[in-house]
Design a protein around this ligand. Sequence first.
Ligand SMILES: NC(=O)c1ccc[n+]([C@@H]2O[C@H](COP(=O)([O-])OP(=O)(O)OC[C@H]3O[C@@H](n4cnc5c(N)ncnc54)[C@H](O)[C@@H]3O)[C@@H](O)[C@H]2O)c1
Ligand SMILES: O=C(O)C[C@H](O)C(=O)O
Ligand SMILES: [Mg+2]
Length: 394
Amino acid sequence: MELLEEIMLLHQGGKLETTLKHPILCKEDLSKVYTPGVAKVCQAIAQDQSQAYELTTKKNTVAVVSDGTAVLGLGDIGPKAAMPVMEGKAALFKQFADVDAVPICLDTKDTEEIIAIVKALAPTFGGINLEDISSPRCFEIEARLRAELDIPVFHDDQHGTAIVVTAGLLNALKVCGKDIKDVKIVVNGIGAAGISVSKMLLHAGAVNLIGVDREGAINRLADYERSHWSDYAQITNPYLEIGSLSDVIKGADVFIGVSAPDVLKLEDVLNMAADPIVFAMANPMPEIDPAIAAPHVRVMATGRSDYPNQINNVLCFPGIFRGALDCEATDINDDMKLAAAEAISSVIDPSELHENYIIPDAFDPRVVERIRMAVAQAASKSGVARKNLLVGVN
Ligand SMILES: NC(=O)c1ccc[n+]([C@@H]2O[C@H](COP(=O)([O-])OP(=O)(O)OC[C@H]3O[C@@H](n4cnc5c(N)ncnc54)[C@H](O)[C@@H]3O)[C@@H](O)[C@H]2O)c1
Ligand SMILES: O=C(O)C[C@H](O)C(=O)O
Ligand SMILES: [Mg+2]
């Protein structure tokens, strides 16, 4: 109860406020930051739009946009109830990467309307972080905005999660002495996070990867109303396993949960292969209580801050946007995402790796700096950086 009261108290009036870079104390200050002085600055931007990066907050500001439909694992709780999470993401952007972020919760679930609103907001921002928008609408919204805007658009629940899972799993497999090509991986919850995580792991070399959702293992013999599941079935489940999570988890080396609380039973864990890896990442309550699973697995991770091995997109989004903003990137592409995953896993020296240290701590200052440099370099190489961070020129 005491902790709950403390948490509620911490949220009184929200978690953010605006601060000024320059004090406004007299008429002279006022005439510079406001009219008439400001008009000259407006005219400079009107004549050369790229000056918006130099003369406004665009350079360092990201919009954190949600429609409140997939807030953590709490589901469709609406835009007002989503605000504490979006304020939290904005706070983390600032704390970890000195990125200014504005939480924006929209009172619409309409794909076209969300696209139109974000496009109209874009001039203010250097990047758009989409957050907690449920699948399948999130796929179309992100794809269209990426194509139609000249600033990076990144759906954190898809790609931030995929990047951190890939970094953590590559390290966990090293601890277990297993190769990603040989292991059986079960991903539970084939929504925004599950699809992106699966695709990135396949790209990293996984072969035997099976996705499971409420109706059981997704396979190419079944008919799905959701077209993203039909597409998913084509690239996963090579041995056509069917049945429930309890059926397909048998013999699996890796369980990755991005679904709902308490869906993985102890018996399922006991039926996994030797030295199993369990990433139970549903928030705030994981797919299995780590206290129950940990004694029976080789590597246990959750999305939460209060257990070892926190596999959470907070390890990625501050650094990836820091890098993208610093090089004024027009996109966050696959090369930049892969560079971010490699940067995160590289923070831990192989000699330091162990069961409870497969992923660096969010507070490790090397995380943001390594991601930033790797991402900016990948952006330059792949032709989406407007500025070369390494030499500081265009
Ligand atoms: N740790 C992290 O960094 C991180 C990142 C992203 C998402 N998540 C968590 O993953 C979960 C999903 O997030 P999302 O953004 O992909 O949401 P989403 O709504 O896009 O997808 C959720 C999917 O899980 C499925 N699902 C729900 N209950 C299930 C069950 N009992 N068994 C199997 N499948 C089930 C749904 O049908 C849906 O396909 C949430 O709990 C979220 O908190 C964690
Ligand atoms: O918000 C988090 O802690 C991670 C993730 O974005 C989620 O939706 O659960
Ligand atoms: Mg989220």
